[in-house]
Design a protein around this ligand. Structure first.
Ligand code: GLP
Length: 261
């Protein structure tokens, strides 16, 4: 199963993950980063950008692949995932924009966009570390409940719940796109290391189902149970529905060999 790390709060969790990423970048300047949008990883990006600036390490060879994008949204829209990745990752970290990829949600090329993205990931040698958030319904990327656990990058229809959750970023629910293009669960599972982060009571059920429930396409993040190297970093509030929270804390405190995360 995944390693579960429970920190007292979101800031401590973000520090841990940002430190880990920074060490990995220091040792491998050609790392292929798997990026996620949503509010959850923003603090990690902010901390990582500060660390990169302070250190003067060369990040121009790093590559990035984001998980998903809305279909039909203008790249320049402030809530497009192109804009979010550009503003929170590429620019503040000083990455080469040509090496940071986000799935292409343009209507004109949408049919080939999924296979093209898969080819680009393969050409980069695969994703080394994939950061993930989780939806309240257990989705990862935009793989909504019912998504095949073997799926590849493709178009999906957003659920009502996800559109409601994401409407806080738009002026109204009507403005939230209805479709997206997302890496599949099968694509995500090929990243060498998965780090899923979740905070707050609203994600507690999704985390409990995904970590301690059965493996099911109806809790897409439960696929992580089959990944050889998956880490789940949560805060106290998000651990409230886990049956074995005390054990995970104990195991983390007594970890025999410290490997960064
Ligand atoms: C969106 C993204 C997901 C993200 C989820 C949770 O639906 N496509 O990748 O994990 O939101 O967002 P937040 O981190 O804001 O709770």
């Amino acid at each position: 199963m995944a390693e579960i790390i429970i920190k007292s709060n979101e800031n401590e969790a973000a520090e841990l993950v940002a430190d880990f990423f920074f060490k990995q970048i220091e040792t491998n300047p050609k790392l292929v980063l798997g990026l996620a949008t949503g509010s959850t990883p923003l603090k990690v990006y902010e901390l990582l950008a500060e660390k990169i600036k302070r250190s003067n390490i060369d990040v121009k060879s790093l590559q990035g692949f984001s998980l998903d994008e809305y279909v039909g949204i203008d790249f320049a829209h402030p809530e497009s995932y192109h804009s979010i990745i550009d503003n929170h990752v590429t620019k503040p970290m000083g990455l080469d924009p040509a090496k940071v990829n986000v799935p292409n949600g343009n209507y004109e090329t949408i049919i080939s966009a999924g296979p093209d993205y898969e080819k680009a990931i393969a050409a980069a040698g695969g994703i080394d570390i994939q950061i993930l958030g989780i939806g309240t319904d257990g989705h990862i990327g935009f793989n909504e409940p019912g998504s095949s656990l073997a799926s590849r990058t493709r178009i999906k229809t957003l659920t009502e719940q996800t559109r409601i959750d994401n409407s806080r970023f738009f002026n109204s629910l009507d403005e939230v796109p209805t479709h997206c293009i997302t890496q599949g669960i099968g694509t995500i599972m090929q990243a060498k290391h998965l780090i899923l982060m979740a905070f707050g009571e609203s994600k507690a059920e999704a985390i409990a189902q995904s970590v301690e429930g059965g493996i099911s396409s109806f809790w897409p993040a439960s696929a992580l149970q089959m990944h050889p190297r998956a880490t789940v970093v949560i805060d106290e509030a998000c651990s409230s529905k886990l049956k074995n929270a005390q054990y995970y804390k104990w195991a983390f405190e007594h970890k025999p060999t410290w490997q960064g995360l």
